[in-house]
Ligand binder design. Structure first.
Ligand SMILES: Nc1ncnc2c1ncn2[C@@H]1O[C@H](COP(=O)(O)OP(=O)(O)OP(=O)(O)O)[C@@H](O)[C@H]1O
Ligand SMILES: [Mg+2]
Length: 256
């Protein structure tokens, strides 16, 4: 069963067609990937799914509900969470506070009112703290609870960003280049981390990634974008051996 359907989606910015008539169906419970050269339209596709942009044409369905054009905070509440190509954390807050705030946002999407004005009862606050601790524990980040986010090694910051996304109780997790900037051992570790959270939290994961080893190893299905257009889809082996993909993408990698 598909959890996410991107139906004939086109996204234009002025004269630039960033995404051109895209059709994708992500299957529930799977780890699937969106790949393609720089500027292919991958992040734009995520931005359309998460409501950052309303598409020029087409529709996005989540669990068979048309979510096209609704706001990002509403989409988060429906169960889609994401991370960003450039890590977004509250860099001067602790690991724990980053998660706690995400927990507050799940209930009240306005940051100021959720942290300053809402009259959280002691009980609600305690439950949220417990929930945050449990999440950190499951992700093996509890040992870093009191560390300031920006002081963490890069790989741990990426994990914290994923943890923060999970604090919203998502069913579908979109990861935009989670291995960007990671060294090879961090990248290897990320692969088992992603498998583990998929199983532990019963997630569907749709990820953009440039590390081909990671993508090929982890993805049950791969979609290849080039100049906004889907040029191939299939298993790692199918995509790897597709002539258009070799030319458009893997060829470019080899030349670089
Ligand atoms: N807000 C915007 N306004 C104008 N053009 C945009 C906007 N967002 C994206 N684009 C353009 O759309 C195209 C696709 O960009 P996008 O960021 O989606 O690519 P990408 O596949 O994520 O690339 P990368 O691998 O480098 O992250 C690019 O030509 C980009 O300049
Ligand atoms: Mg991008």
């Amino acid at each position: 069963m598909s959890i996410l359907k991107i139906n004939n989606v086109t996204m234009q910015f002025g004269g630039v067609t960033a995404v051109n008539n895209l059709n994708i169906e992500v299957q529930e419970g799977k780890i699937e990937a969106l790949i393609g050269p720089n500027g292919a339209g991958k992040t734009t596709a995520f931005n359309v799914i998460t409501g950052v942009y309303s598409p020029t044409k087409g529709n996005v369905y989540y669990k068979d509900e048309n979510i096209t054009g609704i706001t990002p905070d509403k989409i988060t509440k429906k169960g889609i969470a994401r991370t960003f190509q450039n890590i977004r954390l509250f860099k001067n807050l602790t690991v724990f506070d980053n998660i706690l705030i995400a927990n507050h946002l799940r209930i009240n999407s306005n940051f100021v009112s959720s942290t300053l004005r809402m009259p959280w009862s002691n009980k609600e606050e305690r439950l949220m703290r417990e929930k945050s601790e449990m999440l950190l524990d499951k992700l093996d980040l509890l040992r870093l609870k009191n560390e300031i986010a920006h002081s963490l090694p890069y790989g741990e910051q990426r994990k914290l960003e994923i943890a923060r996304a999970l604090a919203t109780d998502a069913d579908l997790l979109l990861l935009d280049e989670p291995a960007a900037g990671m060294n090879p051992s961090e990248t290897m570790e990320l692969s088992s981390f992603i498998h583990n959270i998929r199983d532990e939290f019963k997630l569907t994961i749709f990820m953009i990634e440039h590390h081909m080893d990671l993508v090929m190893e982890i993805s049950e299905k791969i979609y290849v974008l080039d100049f906004g257009q889907l040029i191939a889809e299939g298993t790692a082996n199918e995509v790897k051996n597709d002539q258009r993909v070799i030319e458009a993408y893997l060829g470019v990698e080899e030349d670089a």
